[in-house]
Design a protein around this ligand. Structure first.
Ligand code: GDP
Length: 414
């Protein structure tokens, strides 16, 4: 019904030229002001073995010391954790009046154990917990101002071995790729030569394809203008980004102060595109694709998780295991879920409509009552005026003979 309604609406659309300024051209500005006032949030997860430069890179990316210097002393044997722990750090950062709440989810301990088989588990669990929290918030009566703690991007650090992906990398990426936007990076790229980097990148991409791992590929919609298309292609051509992190400023031989790492043979500049892909990674994460990453998380990753979860709940309620393995039954179940969703939407629309109608009705009733009261008041006023006039008239009428009598009296006296 809703679709038919929308279709009939579409048929009724006519194109009109405006003859004067109306003002809706200001909509983007309204939207802009509102979002600036609200502020933005971005949650990024960093996964990779200890010492690959994750914290250094995050600090370099946001040009802030989000991570305090870590204690690098090896922990005593009895307090070595047995699993990957998840730590999240948030910071409010501001640039030109635009506020960004940045949350970095780190995975200390990843890859540190003798047996790293289950390293992915706490990471996946953390991502799912964040989806669950969002789902819960969505199902609450008050759905305004839901805090979005979902992971919008996952930067996966690959050790610069120069060979190929390790089995642990493949395993973890395969577990993660359907849940988050995976952005692979070659860590500490300054330890490889240019040729080694391009060969390593090619091998990583081949591995990723071979294992059917889906990495983030940029906007899925058609890009509108040539400039944006070229910009996007340039960024995507660098995946997996070969990055170098450095928070210290060093002097170059020609006397410039740059963020970089100094070697006996020269300086690797972080912000120089000739030296590494750091600039491209930052451009993608922060300058051009942040919104896209968030949208993709919401529209695909979260949506998949959500529908899987709801379907699973349906399966769990049904005692027959048969449903799980029979695609026809599953399809039927999905169809009924879809129908339920439509029914719910229709009901909501009806409720909104009824509410609107009753609001209008009560407004009409109120104005009717007001009109009636005014009418009554005016009638009374008129009546009062009429009475006054009536009284005046009768006074005048009863006064005239008296006057005449007086006149006559005087006349007779004279
Ligand atoms: P994390 O354990 O992954 O968070 O790694 P850290 O950021 O703490 O870095 C571990 C060590 O690697 C530190 O000594 C850093 O100075 C160094 N490091 C960080 N990034 C780079 C890089 O891009 N290249 C090189 N050569 N060393 C780096």
């Amino acid at each position: 019904k809703a679709a038919a309604l929308a279709a009939s609406d579409l048929r009724n659309i006519v194109r009109r030229k405006l003859t004067g300024y109306v003002g809706f051209a200001n909509l983007p500005n309204q939207w802009h002001r509102k979002s600036v006032r609200k502020g933005f949030n971005f949650n990024v997860m960093v996964v990779g073995e200890s010492g690959l430069g994750k914290s250094t890179l995050v600090n370099t990316l946001f040009n802030t010391s989000l991570y305090p210097p870590r204690d690098r002393k090896p922990p005593s044997l009895d307090i070595i954790p047995k699993t990957v722990s998840i730590q999240s750090i948030s910071a409010d950062i501001e640039e030109n009046g635009v506020r960004l709440r940045l949350t970095v989810v780190d995975t200390p301990g990843f890859g540190d154990f003798v047996n790293n088989e289950d390293s992915w588990r706490p990471i996946v669990e953390n991502i799912e917990q964040r989806y669950d929290a969002y789902l819960d918030a969505e199902n609450k009566v008050n759905r305004m101002n839901i805090v979005d703690n979902r992971v919008h991007a996952c930067v996966y650090f690959i050790e610069p071995t120069g060979h190929s992906l390790k089995p642990l990398d493949v395993e973890v990426m395969r577990r993660l790729h359907t849940k988050v936007n995976l952005i692979p990076v070659v860590a500490k790229a300054d330890t490889l030569t240019d040729d080694e980097i391009s060969a390593f990148k090619a091998r990583i991409l081949a591995d990723i394809e071979y294992h059917h791992i889906q990495i983030f590929e940029g906007p899925r919609y058609e890009l509108d203008d040539d400039e944006t298309i070229a910009e996007n292609n340039e960024i995507m051509a660098k995946v997996p980004f070969a990055v170098v992190g450095a928070n210290q400023e060093v002097s170059t031989p020609d006397g410039r102060k740059v963020r970089g790492r100094r070697y006996p043979w020269g300086v690797i500049e972080v912000d120089n595109e000739e030296h590494c892909d750091f600039v491209k990674l930052r451009q993608m994460l922060i300058r051009t694709h942040m919104e896209e990453l968030k949208e993709h998380t919401n529209n695909f990753m979260y949506e998949n998780y959500r529908s899987d979860k709801l379907t699973a709940m349906g399966v769990a309620q049904d005692p027959s295991v048969f449903k799980e393995i029979n695609p026809a039954v599953k399809q039927e179940e999905e169809r009924s879920l879809h129908e339920q969703k439509l029914q719910k939407m229709e009901l909501e629309m009806k409720m909104v409509f009824q509410q609107k109608v009753s609001e209008k009705e009560s407004k009409l009733k109120q104005s009717e009552e007001e009109l009636y009261a005014r009418h009554k008041e005016m009638k009374e006023q008129l009546e009062r005026q009429r009475q006054e006039l009536e009284e005046k008239k009768s006074r005048i009428e009863s006064g005239r003979p008296l006057e005449e009598k007086g006149k006559r009296k005087g006349f007779s006296l004279r």
